[in-house]
Design a protein. Structure first.
Length: 260
């Protein structure tokens, strides 16, 4: 009798699926549409530069959350949706070719794929559609009669809340978390990575790299000049073998495969 257990792959967005910060792309579009003053845009530009090299932190993430909620407060949902015309093409341009390769391999292995991010659901849902992903798990802002209140209607999709949201989706869809994959660059996503059977550190910050090395998780680094660099995470696993294990992703075994 066949094994019908289902599996999925969950991808963080910033510095994982894309090279930089989706929040800055959102801020630039909001500025163009008169939803954000120039001074705030310049501040966000500097934060985006430092984020690209040093990654996220709880303080930075909370500041971005508050900035976005402030920008959309009192605005109609349709107005935010129109920002997608500016935002989605830029985000698509920022998607790493290597990440696209992982998405394709998971689809070939018959696994569903999800974006998991603190960015607004109205934006990233459209990005997930463009990338032919199964769906998006993201931050949901509160609305009353189609107008944003400036508050959240669900917990901020960051840190432990990412893991809680993934667990709810897995329960709803019948995914076996032991067969699932998760990709992130940040130690703040440790709960999400610990939830699945196959965590992968992508361009990790120092905190996540230390954890990945200690636990023997695959560490994958992308760059503009190198197609793929895979670091050895245990003394017994060579870089070549790790690359094959990580990048192949059970493409010949589909949902029934689990690397031991």
């Amino acid at each position: 009798m066949g094994d019908n257990r289902r599996a999925a792959a969950f991808f963080d967005l910033d510095r994982t699926l894309i090279a930089g910060s989706s929040a800055f792309v959102f801020g630039r579009a909001a500025w163009r549409h008169g939803m954000m003053p120039t001074s705030e845009l310049l501040s966000d530009a500097w934060k985006a530069i430092t984020f690209r090299f040093s990654g996220a932190s709880d303080e930075k993430a909370n500041a971005v959350r508050d900035r976005i909620l402030s920008a959309i407060e009192g605005r109609a949902v349709e107005e935010l949706m129109t920002l997608g015309d500016d935002i989605i093409p830029q985000l698509l341009d920022d998607v790493r070719k290597e990440s696209q390769g992982f998405l394709e391999l998971h689809r070939e292995a018959d696994r569903d794929t999800y974006l998991v991010t603190a960015s607004p659901i109205e934006i990233v849902q459209s990005l997930a559609v463009e990338l032919e992903m199964t769906g998006a798990i993201a931050t949901v802002a509160e609305t009353v009669d189609g107008i944003y209140t400036g508050e959240l209607s669900e917990p901020f999709c960051y840190g432990p809340e990412k893991a809680h949201a993934i667990a709810r989706v897995a329960a709803r869809e019948g995914y076996d978390l032991a067969l699932c994959y998760a990709y992130s660059d940040s130690v703040s996503d440790l709960p999400m990575l610990e939830l699945v059977g196959h965590p992968v550190a992508v361009n990790p910050d120092n905190g996540l790299e230390a954890v990945a090395r200690a636990r023997g998780w695959p560490i994958v680094e992308f760059s503009r000049t190198a197609r793929r660099v895979v670091k050895t995470t245990t003394a017994s696993v060579g870089a070549v073998g790790l690359a094959v294990t990580t990048y192949a992703l059970g493409r010949h075994h589909g949902r029934r495969a689990a690397f031991l």
